[in-house]
Design a protein around this ligand. Sequence first.
Ligand code: SF4
Length: 339
Amino acid sequence: MKKNCDQDSQLSKQIVKWYLKNGRSNLPWRKNVTAYRVWISEIMLQQTQVKTVIPFYKKFISRYPNLKALSSANEEEILALWTGLGFYRRAINIYKAKEIILSDFKNRFPKSFDDIVRLPGIGESTAGAIMSIAYQIPYPILDANVKRVISRYESVDNDSTHKSNKKLWGLSNKHTPRKNIFSYTQGIMDLGATICHNSKPNCGVCPLQDDCKSAFKVIKSKKETKKQNPTKKINFVLARSNCSFLLFKKLEESFWEGLWTPLELDPNHPLPWKDDIETIEEINIKHKLSHLNLDIKINIYEYEKVFKLKTNEKYKWVNKSNIDKFGMPKPIKSIIEKL
Ligand code: SF4
């Protein structure tokens, strides 16, 4: 993406001015700014709200304050810290990216856009944010908040088609200033998150109200109407021996990828291990993901001793005292903690 070379736009000047007075400068990733900290925060903020991210970010940074600390972490440890944050592929990508940074960049965060955007989990917008915030080199960004602000300001479609994305990237590039890039980038993200809301933009307090082509007349589009998520029924079987639980590494990409869960089994299918025991408990829970509602049934079987399985699946007997060391979906972890 080419950087804007024209004079700074009115939009960018107003946003910088607004950010310096009203921006969320107290967010933890806006203190002691480094490329590493911006990277972790930007990955966590993908598809997740600021207030949800804050405790996870603090925990992650306290455990891995820099690349040196992260370099020896294994995938499991990173996934364990991600438990409850969702979109677990992000944690797997952080693991893959830090391995590349270690092998190809001598464990120093890359400094060029082209090197950063090639790292797993980093798209053009995230790479632009790292360049602009950490290195203060102007690059456009286009996350959901920025898309909304620019599309309304310019009155152009924001319907996620290739055509409108291309147009919005061009406009984002046009508005990206040469000066004050640090304040502008964070300011436009903050404005989208706190004033130019999805359903009810607060135009009355917006610094862009005089020039925005949609000010005071934004109508919720059909695309923005919240749609119902489908429901997926899941049957789990959980073997237990004293305080140890038989868990399997989930490979499915649609959700909970890379996490440890009980075995998912068709209710008509026999247990793949000894079944000379009655179910001791059946637990039913409902859990919402961003794109799916889960209707979960877990049948728990008690055994005297742990046993081995003949299977190609990756499994482990995990002692309850160690569950914090494994990446596990929050509802599964909560159930095991109570057993
Ligand atoms: S004036 Fe209203 S619609 Fe335009 S950017 Fe501001 S909040 Fe959004």
